[in-house]
Design a protein around this ligand. Structure first.
Ligand code: NI
Ligand code: MN
Length: 228
């Protein structure tokens, strides 16, 4: 699976020839000026919650690409009001089959409101299961024992975890999360974008290494291959 980083928590993952885009926040991100939002590919857009730093470019990318948005029922309704027609509303615990594989919505301990302050349903994470491997995209979340269910439920080949602290878990809790989900291969997200979540990246990588896990941090615009 080819994975491209668009900054903050926004990643594109190519699964069975389909481009899955997570939590699009590109044009307002000062660090992501190297990304041309109009060249970002998407067949599906998965959105974990309604905060601006996860949804800012959802309407423009969905409108340009016609990608199907997979998110909470409340977020899909909100996007439909803004002209996004192709959506699949879901909720935590639910699994749906798509042409690239399955998406299961899992618990995230966080909050979720739209940029205008209105209710956006519950925040969630996603487990993607496919013939070329399985992965977990945590969204914004605290460390939670519920992550043990993910490790019991599926072999996860790699996982996207927030590591910036303050608004989500930080590095030390993300290392425990890696144990809970029984996955050594972690891709870091939700760090450095804003002053309060700036981290010491070499230290984060060393801490993961010392715990017997591997933390991969992407440059913005970089593509790497994970799994098959
Ligand atoms: Ni958030
Ligand atoms: Mn966030």
């Amino acid at each position: 699976m080819n994975i491209t980083y668009y900054g903050h928590s926004c990643f594109g993952v190519e699964v069975n020839g389909k481009h899955i885009l997570f939590d699009p926040f590109i044009t307002p991100n000062e660090l992501a000026k190297v990304i041309d939002v109009n060249s970002v590919k998407a067949d599906y857009i998965l959105i974990t919650h309604g905060h601006e730093d996860h949804i800012a470019d959802a309407v423009n990318i969905a409108s340009r690409t016609g990608a199907k948005v997979i998110s909470s029922f409340e977020i899909c309704q909100w996007l439909e009001k803004q002209g996004v027609k192709n959506t699949q509303g879901m909720n935590i615990g639910g699994k749906t089959k798509f042409d690239f594989g399955n998406v299961k919505c899992v618990v995230a301990i966080h909050s979720s409101a739209f940029p205008d302050g209105t209710y956006a349903g519950n925040p969630m994470g996603f487990v993607v299961e496919s013939t070329v491997g399985n992965f977990y995209y945590a969204g914004d979340t605290a460390l939670t024992y519920d992550m043990k269910l993910i490790g019991d439920y599926r072999n996860v080949d790699f996982a996207f975890l927030p590591i910036g602290d303050i608004f989500t878990m930080g590095v030390d809790n993300a290392i425990i999360a890696a144990e809970f989900i029984q996955c050594r291969n972690i891709i870091g997200m939700h760090y450095d974008t804003f002053e309060p979540i700036k981290i010491d990246k070499p230290l984060a990588v060393r801490k993961f290494d010392r715990s017997g896990n591997v933390l991969t941090l992407f440059e913005i615009g970089e593509t790497k291959q994970f799994g098959k």
